[in-house]
Write a protein that binds this ligand. Structure first.
Ligand SMILES: *Cc1c(COP(=O)(O)O)cnc(C)c1O
Length: 356
């Protein structure tokens, strides 16, 4: 019953097998290998457009390199106040961009609103040398509250950003989970809705360590090869990244993995919602569940060996009443490897919690 994160799971069997297969013989180094070329060709095919694609080993590298490419050192990248780039990457976007500033925008349920974006943009005067100059908007899809931006929401935010001269980045660490929930094409969920650069996650959804950085306007990627090498993310044995991405995309494997994770999350959310005293502040739209649990339920779950993190309750503008002293706010994440039996045991332990 490990619901701490989707990166506590191992590697999906076909991806592990692809790594083993790629291990035979020699291959040219630094991403000039055949599996990498094939992975990038497949990404272009799946996204139905010409791309400039780059494989890296972590989501932090993908995000930080994307923002470093889109923003000069005196620029600003606007993001949600609780965004992974802002709170969970130890300053990597600022470091890789030689000092660009991240500007957090508050918003309920992990989402930036058009009003919030416009108000933040209004606080910057263009050409005023005393202020950083807004250069990029970064949207997390799935958001840090487990919610999903609709295509209309992405398009509305992209339009405002583009009119103000900003490029649009999407942190898609859980892009697959969002995509299968939206039920649209990868192109509709990204560049057709105004996204310029996508961090396309694979690790949390079954790869060993692989993410793709995808530029839908290849001209915007001119500095990326140098930034990637400079940051230590040009892997010499790049064929193993290519092999992972090929297997991930093969026959819709990536979407099957995400569907499994999302389905487990739905079971867990429905079960939790039926337990007296449990509150779910946001709808479970992908594979993350946020719940306010009575402390006695939390204690029973911990005693049964369940693993999950206590989570900081977001400050303002949230729809739910914050947790009281007899409650705890937690995050639960399912993965492609989560089994229905784990969910049943978890819910059984929560239901069995002694009443006061
Ligand atoms: C996990 C995650 C990342 C990437 O994290 P790494 O640990 O660097 O691979 C990026 N964005 C979001 C929203 C995430 O959840």
């Amino acid at each position: 019953m490990n619901f701490a994160s989707d990166n506590t799971a191992g590697v999906s069997a076909p991806i592990l097998e692809a790594i083993r297969t790629a291990n035979s013989g020699s291959a040219s180094a630094y991403g000039t290998d055949a599996p990498t070329a094939e992975a990038l060709r497949r990404l272009a095919e799946i996204f139905e457009t010409e791309i400039a694609g780059f494989l890296v080993a972590t989501g932090t590298a993908a995000n930080a390199l994307a923002l470093a490419t889109l923003s000069p050192p005196w620029g600003a990248a606007l993001c949600h106040a609780q965004a992974h780039v802002n709170e969970d990457e130890c300053g990597a976007p600022e470091f890789f961009s030689s000092g660009a500033k991240l500007v957090g925008i508050p918003g309920a349920g992990g989402k930036i609103t058009p009003q919030g974006l416009a108000a933040t943009l209004a606080g910057f005067e263009r050409g005023r040398v005393h202020q950083v100059q807004p250069a990029a908007l970064s949207l997390s899809q799935v958001t840090e509250c487990g919610t999903i931006y609709s295509l209309a929401e992405i398009a509305a935010l992209s339009r405002i950003a583009r009119e103000a001269g900003l490029a649009v980045h999407m942190d898609g660490a859980r892009f697959a989970n969002a995509l299968v929930a939206l039920g649209c094409t990868p192109a509709e969920a990204s560049w057709r809705a105004g996204v310029d650069v996508l961090s396309f996650g694979a690790t949390k959804n079954g790869a060993l360590a692989c993410e793709a950085l995808i530029f839908f306007d290849p001209a915007k990627a001119a500095s990326l090869p140098f930034l990637r090498k400079r940051s230590g993310h040009t892997l010499s044995k790049g064929r193993f990244l290519g092999a992972q991405m090929c297997a991930y995309l093969e026959g819709g494997h990536w979407q099957e993995l995400a569907k499994a994770a999302n389905a487990r999350a739905q079971s867990l959310a429905e079960g939790l919602a039926a337990i007296p005293g449990v509150r779910l502040p946001w709808p479970t739209q992908a594979n993350e569940i946020f719940a306010i649990l009575p402390r006695r339920v939390d204690a029973a779950l911990k005693a049964a060996g369940a693993l999950y993190y206590e989570w900081p309750f977001p400050p303002a503008g949230e729809p739910s009443t914050p947790p009281g002293t007899d409650e705890i706010f937690v995050r639960l994440v399912t993965s492609f490897a989560t089994e229905e039996a784990e969910i049943e045991r978890f819910l059984g332990s929560a239901l069995g919690a002694p009443h006061p």
